[in-house]
Design a protein around this ligand. Sequence first.
Ligand code: GAP
Length: 430
Amino acid sequence: MTSDLMEKVVSLCKRRGFVYPGSEIYGGLANTWDYGPLGVELKNNIRDFWWKTFIHGREEMFGIDGSIISHPRVWEASGHVENFKEPLVECKSCHKRFKAENATSNKCPECKGELTEEKMFNGLFKTFLGATEDSSSIAYLRPETAQAIFINYKNILDSFHPKLPFGIGQIGRSFRNEVTAGNFIFRDLEFDQMEIEYFIDPQSDWQKYFDQWQEEMKKWLVAVTGAPEAKISIREHGDKERSHYSKKTVDIEYEYPFGKKEVWGLAYRTDFDLAQHQKFSGVNLQYRTEDGRDFIPHVIEPSFGMPRTLLITLLEAYKEEDKRVVLKLNPKLSPYKVAVFPLLANKPELVKVARQIFDMLRPELRTAWDDRGNIGKRYLSQDEIGTPWCITVDFQTLEDNTVTVRDRDITKQERVGIDKLIEYFQNKMK
Ligand code: GAP
């Protein structure tokens, strides 16, 4: 199934409202995607799971939500204006750009026109602040959420006086002027990142913290996506590939249907960023220990990208079995936890009770309503979007106040009292 798995997942995403191609009615815009009603729920559930695990779940972590546009000096200090470039070639006829490493001849892969020599292109999205468009009003959309953390590090010190090691995490949008299209949401012009800057004493054993984060990341990848460990691997960057700020970088990789590629990155950024911001801003960013030592902390950076997390979650959940397509999502991530059906849509006495149950469950659990077609079709429809439980109100309900609850994975039903439903699902969700 793997070779066409991508196609099937992409098609399901579009058909059922997870992910739509960006600007579709205008013919699309490469590397942009819109999350539909189910996609946004899945994304929010992954986001909340990350926040609970890494921010709420750890005593030494602080969450922030920094602005997307920051002072242009931030990106000069961080080195992105200078270094966030990659070698591209451009077609002299159609003016499309391609990564130099992917150009196997001097002919354009699309229109066969002649390609230019390699040129360095900057991946930052540029904009202008205020009414004038000149070099004094240039601003950049952030290419990583990390810098918002570095420029708020001092605020966190002043407000919370944390002891080292401590971390600051945030989730937010990043923007990159990517030229390579394909593989669905794998590489986008804009995407959510979930990043942590973990500040440590430079005298401590950075490799120990690095290794611990590597394990945490692998563990969370298995927990969130259900991917087997055998499909996950670690690849260290060589000297040429490593970013300008990093002393050691590894990619957490996964076996996608289109090959083994990066999911997330982990880097030892040393004191590069804080030292640069101290130099460029003139503000003292040193940390003072209880015994009076002053230094700039070093940083381990686990950097998680949302689209690849979501893609792997869908790829791993997608199953075809017994003539049905089922998304075996972790119920915590499923867009809907429960769906409620009246057995027959034309029996008002059944519809009335089903609506009462729907209204009772909605404040507690994301709940869907379906009264179209027959029960079998409704089950199949909910299986395809990963709803773990379906409730049917039938004629027995009117006699004994019980309903059937059908389990997505084992396709078995059991009868549960209406008054026990909330507790029943709360226990299941544990
Ligand atoms: N702050 C470090 C940093 O941004 P990165 O390896 O460039 O490191 C981190 O990006 C993660 O963000 C990647 O591992 C990937 O999951 C995600 N990511 C990066 N560029 C992306 C893109 N164009 N589309 C989708 N996700 C992307």
